[in-house]
Design a protein around this ligand. Structure first.
Ligand code: FNR
Length: 352
């Protein structure tokens, strides 16, 4: 038995292997609704053998979308389109997860293939909210500072979206608190200059994320896993540090999170990120040493590389992003390469 293809049990959910699809926006929703693209895209990765599919950043409020093409779960009407996807994922022996998100000051952008720049209010854009009135990069609109009513609305938005995700058939929920989106903006002393109980000290900056985690846990079943994706470091002097991530992890665990998905960066527009194979794995290892499960992600593209990460106890799960865009059947091929036994779709057995 290889380590990568050993099952992973989290609460009462079992993943058939340690390969998960990292959440990746498809920018292909209409008014937040999932369509045929999403069904085929996620369905193919499920039949390709991944143990867990984490559906892309899904906005809890319309203004929390990065682009007008983001998925949403702010309305019950958005449930059936996602239900179709979770049903198919499950039929392939995979587990359906979803990332719940609010883009904060990085919301209101054009689709990447339309340039990805911030949309003006006269061109389909909308007002952004953030912990403080500081734009992401020079020249962008200054976001409004979230007041206490807005903070309540954010928390209830995450809670209600989680309830809808449950109705849609998801078994894993992930809170997006990375890459410079709203919840990470609160964590970072560079984007959060508040003087109330949500800013300043470490305890105050992590308050909103803990409140969101606790709120989701009130509606997310005891049996189902809750993940949190964080940017383990901002790669910027004066910003959020790996040491703060290590302090945060046990508090998230206490609040009801089961696994920390260890990404990095995204909150500071000109940060220098030392991207290379496996560059974020040390964060997964560091945080796992606090006693919570972790996922490693980022430039992991090979079966042996992933096997080594799990075998050496550096993470519990490996998330694949772009490799799964290039090759949806990567897990089936990785199993063959490592000599692991894994089930193929019966329709494809003659190609095994
Ligand atoms: C991403 N990424 C991303 N991350 C996230 O937390 N939520 C998201 O919705 C998205 N969207 C997204 C779209 C696309 C097209 C890409 C390529 C990436 C980041 C992604 O999940 C992953 O963390 C990175 O791509 C690094 O992993 P890989 O690609 O090196 O395996």
């Amino acid at each position: 038995m290889t380590h990568l293809f050993s099952p992973l049990r989290i609460r009462n959910i079992e993943l058939r292997n340690r390969i998960a699809m990292s959440p990746m926006c498809q920018y292909s929703a209409k008014d937040g609704f999932a369509g045929d693209w999403h069904l085929v895209h996620y369905g193919t990765r499920a039949s390709g053998g991944a143990g867990l599919i984490i559906v892309e950043a899904t906005a809890v409020w319309p203004e929390g979308r990065i682009t007008p093409g983001d998925l949403g779960l702010w309305s019950d009407d958005q449930i059936p389109g996602l239900q179709r996807i979770t049903g198919f994922i499950q039929s392939q022996g995979s587990v359906a997860g979803i990332q719940l998100a609010h883009a904060g000051r990085k919301a209101s952008c054009a689709l990447p293939w339309d340039g990805g720049k911030q949309l003006s209010l006269s061109n389909g854009g909308w007002e952004n909210v953030a912990p403080s009135a500081i734009p992401f990069s020079p020249g962008e609109r200054t976001p409004g500072m979230a007041d206490s009513i807005c903070i309540e609305r954010i928390i209830s938005g995450f809670r209600e979206a989680a309830e809808r995700a449950l109705m849609a058939g998801f078994r894993v929920a992930e809170i997006h608190s990375a890459h410079g989106y709203l919840l990470q903006e609160f964590l970072s002393p560079l984007s959060n200059k508040r003087t109330d109980e949500y800013g300043g000290s470490f305890e105050n900056r992590i308050r909103l994320l803990l409140e969101v985690t606790e709120a989701i846990r009130t509606v997310w079943p005891e049996d189902y896993p809750l993940f949190v994706r964080i940017s383990s470091t901002e790669w910027t002097d004066g910003g959020w540090t790996p040491e703060e991530s290590v302090r945060l992890a046990p508090l998230l665990h206490q609040a009801g999170a089961d696994l920390i998905d260890c990404s990095s960066g995204g909150n500071i527009h000109n940060a220098k990120v030392p991207v290379r194979p496996g560059y974020q794995v040390p964060f997964a290892e560091m945080i796992r040493n606090t006693g919570i499960m972790t996922a490693a992600v980022g430039m992991i593209t090979e079966a042996l590389q992933a096997e080594e990460i799990i075998a050496s106890g550096r993470a519990d799960l490996v998330l694949f992003g772009r490799e799964l865009l290039r090759n949806p059947y990567f897990p089936l091929q990785a199993a063959r390469e490592l000599g692991a036994d894994t089930s193929w779709p019966i329709q494809y057995l003659r190609a095994r």
